[in-house]
Design a protein around this ligand. Structure first.
Ligand code: 4AD
Ligand code: MG
Length: 429
């Protein structure tokens, strides 16, 4: 048994492959089956005169779209075939019939989402999922190479990390808990043991936005390090992005080409990325785009997109207004009124791909900001303990895995970056 790629590499002689019928076309004397497996597609020619009557019957009646098949024949180069090779079939076995596969040409995006369990087999989603696998591997490689331990947080949590508004509540025996929004508060406890840690884990946010950038369930790659500050984190984040892109280019050039991504453009995403403060962004937008944004307002999608029209690499924006930031982001003593925090924005309208900061170590200030943001600071006593016993400066960030994939794969919507997307309007299948 060979994979389709192995059969093509062999290029001549007899091979046996297995896979699914991707396309089919039949005439009186010939059946053309394009078969796919996880590696590629290949055209297979069945000639009536050259196989048994039973096999000809199967080839013409049962080898329908998505039927699973085992095929033996002679492989040879064929310029006109879709992947440059074809197999002259000597034996065909139908393993699983496929009666009227529901996905036909030109279906609406909503129909394809309803049939996601079947649409996963499409060449588009297969290409994206291969890139996703590379991205996941690249994240692990990068952090391990830099001395970070993988460390796993709980998913049921009693506290909010990123504000109560987007919490998913879950019945927990006779009480309630929430699905995690971020590993961060737990990671801040763990750095006192392992110092440098990372994870890739699912996160949940009851986002009421129906944008092409938001999922209710997404995966975040997060990192936290003791003795580190904001600028250590922006450098680490820059290295993470460039090393993910380098690995995807090295391993997935076929997939990127299939998805219509320009590999040369990706190759130019190298460090250093441009760094600006929030204040500089406001000035820049005023001068270049005539946008008047009041200091203290968060950057919205239109402002982020306007800024990023001027750049073809990610931009790191630091020092957002302290008042609108999560409770754990400390004030920058060098720039009062702003926080020691950053967002990394991707070009081409893909928005915020990373958010991170140094962490507040003063319990009084943590309490003050939790209260201001409507949380009960009593619920965070365990977290304050991390500041009571041998507190150290520390920092971290989180990268939205699907945001990176959407950008690298040039997707119209973040939903295609995850196998079974969950949004406000979609929880099935
Ligand atoms: O900026 P966020 O909310 O930061 C945190 O949660 C920090 N606690 C992370 C940390 O410092 N450890 O989220 C981080 C990233 C965003 O930049 C974005 O890429 C992604 O997570 N993200 C989402 N991706 C898809 N759908 C959503 N609803 C997302 N919300 C955040
Ligand atoms: Mg953010």
């Amino acid at each position: 048994m060979a994979t389709i790629t192995q059969a093509m590499e062999l290029g001549s002689g007899e091979v046996t492959i297995r896979g699914w019928v991707h396309r089919e076309r039949k005439s009186n004397q010939f059946a053309f089956l394009v078969v796919r497996d996880s590696t590629n597609i290949i055209q297979c020619i069945v000639e009536k005169e050259k196989i048994s009557p039973q096999m000809w019957d199967d080839a013409t009646k049962r080898a329908t779209i998505e039927a699973s098949v085992i095929i033996t024949g002679i492989v040879r180069p064929e310029k006109r075939a879709p992947s440059g090779y074809e197999i002259a079939v000597s034996a065909l076995e139908i393993v699983g019939d496929s009666h009227e596969f529901p996905i036909t040409k030109d279906q609406s995006p909503e129909f394809l989402l309803d049939k996601r369990h079947l649409w996963l087999r499409s060449r588009k989603l297969s290409a994206i999922m291969k890139v996703r696998s590379t991205v996941m591997g690249a994240i692990h490689d990068y952090f391990r190479r830099n001395g970070y331990f993988e460390w796993n947080p709980p998913i049921f949590t009693p506290n909010a990390c990123e504000g109560g508004a987007t919490l998913f509540e879950v019945k927990y025996f006779n009480e309630k808990v929430y699905l995690t929004q971020s590993w961060q508060l737990y990671a801040e406890a763990a750095i006192f043991a392992l110092e440098k840690i990372y994870c890739i884990a699912p996160c949940f946010r009851a986002e009421r936005s129906k944008t092409s950038r938001h999922l209710a369930e997404f995966w975040m790659a997060e990192v936290e390090g003791a003795w580190l500050g904001l600028h250590d984190m922006t450098a680490l984040a820059e290295g993470l992005i460039t090393s993910i892109i380098a690995q995807v280019i090295a391993q997935n050039s076929d997939e990127l080409a299939f998805l219509g991504q320009d590999i040369e453009k990706l190759r130019r995403i190298t460090g250093p990325f441009h760094r600006m403060t929030y204040g500089e962004v406001l000035k820049f937008l005023k001068e270049n785009d005539g946008m008047d944004i009041e200091f203290g307002k968060d950057l919205r999608t239109i402002e982020e997109d306007a800024l990023m029209k001027h750049f073809d690499k990610p931009v790191i924006v630091t020092n957002y207004p302290k008042e609108i930031m999560a409770f754990y982001k400390p004030e920058d003593p060098q720039m009062p009124g702003t926080a020691l925090c950053f967002d990394m924005l991707a070009p081409e309208g893909y928005g915020e791909i990373i958010g991170g900061s140094q962490r507040e170590t003063d319990i009084g200030k943590l309490k003050e900001y939790l209260t201001k943001q409507g949380e009960k600071s009593e619920n965070y006593e365990w977290y304050f303990d991390t500041r009571r016993y041998g507190s150290v400066p520390h920092a971290g960030f989180g990268m939205g895995v699907e945001r990176i994939i959407a950008w690298i794969c040039k997707l119209d919507n973040i939903k295609d970056a995850i196998p079974f997307p969950r949004t406000m309007l979609r929880k099935n299948p």
